[in-house]
Design a binder for this molecule. Structure first.
Ligand SMILES: C[S@@+](CC[C@H](N)C(=O)[O-])C[C@H]1O[C@@H](n2cnc3c(N)ncnc32)[C@H](O)[C@@H]1O
Length: 217
């Protein structure tokens, strides 16, 4: 039997440590959510310090009025994405698990943006269809084989110049590799579809597990 392929880390660990040490440090709210996420046994699902800070920066730069987060988990990404919301801004965050939704609600109790966060429970694709908003910023981070569907569902409601950020698009380096798995195949198909879509500009960034950064033309 062949040995399984060992996929490389996307960023060299020493370089990543340097990047972490020379970036704005995690804020108390995010540290709190990180510690609360440990008990789920799925800490790897949170955006975490580095990607989280990238999401914060994006929000601070765009100053969005309407944000859609697809996949809440414990609210780490929500806390970061909401940082730059306009005073009348809202973030909708979608989660299929009632347990995770209530965890996130508790974790964000002290968020200065709590009054601007709408926690919605259910299947993301169904929830997106029911939201009548114009999106400035969309973060895709739920079912990996649904990314094309999420993209199609949000696209007409994304403003021109609006941004979609899609997480995990390098799938630990497995995308495009013969030993890719089903979820990675979905992500590979998504990346190919985005690149061929003339309505957008995009760049696949080797941040964390890979982030597809997409701007609507
Ligand atoms: C990677 S986690 C989200 C992490 C979060 N966005 C963050 O930045 O910390 C993915 C979440 O999507 C949820 N999810 C998966 N499939 C879903 C679906 N079809 N509809 C809604 N939520 C879904 C999972 O339950 C999980 O909590």
């Amino acid at each position: 039997m062949n040995e399984p392929t060992v996929f490389p880390l996307i960023t060299d660990p020493d370089l990543q440590a340097y990047c972490d040490a020379h970036s704005t440090q995690q804020l108390p709210l995010q540290a709190h959510i990180e510690s609360k996420s440990l008990a789920t046994g799925k800490i790897q699902m949170i955006s975490g310090k580095f990607l989280g800070q990238y999401l914060r920066m994006m929000s601070l730069l765009l100053r969005p009025r309407r944000i859609l987060e697809v996949g809440t988990f414990t609210g780490y990404g929500t806390s970061c994405l909401s940082a730059g919301l306009q005073p009348d801004g809202l973030i909708y965050t979608l989660e299929k698990s009632s347990e995770y939704k209530s965890l996130a609600t508790n974790n964000l109790e002290t968020s200065p943006q709590l009054h601007q966060i709408r926690f919605l429970e259910g299947d993301a694709a169904e929830l997106i269809s029911g939201l009548d908003e114009v999106w400035d910023l969309v973060f895709l981070d739920a079912a990996k084989r649904q990314y094309i569907n999420y993209y199609d569902l949000v696209f007409d409601k994304l403003k021109v110049g609006g941004v979609i950020l899609a997480d995990n698009v390098l799938w630990k380096g497995k995308v495009g590799h013969p030993e890719n798995d089903k979820l990675g195949e979905g992500l590979d198909a998504f990346n190919k579809m985005v690149m061929a879509d003339e309505r957008v500009d995009n760049i696949v960034l080797p941040i964390d597990d890979g982030l597809n950064f997409i701007i609507k033309r």
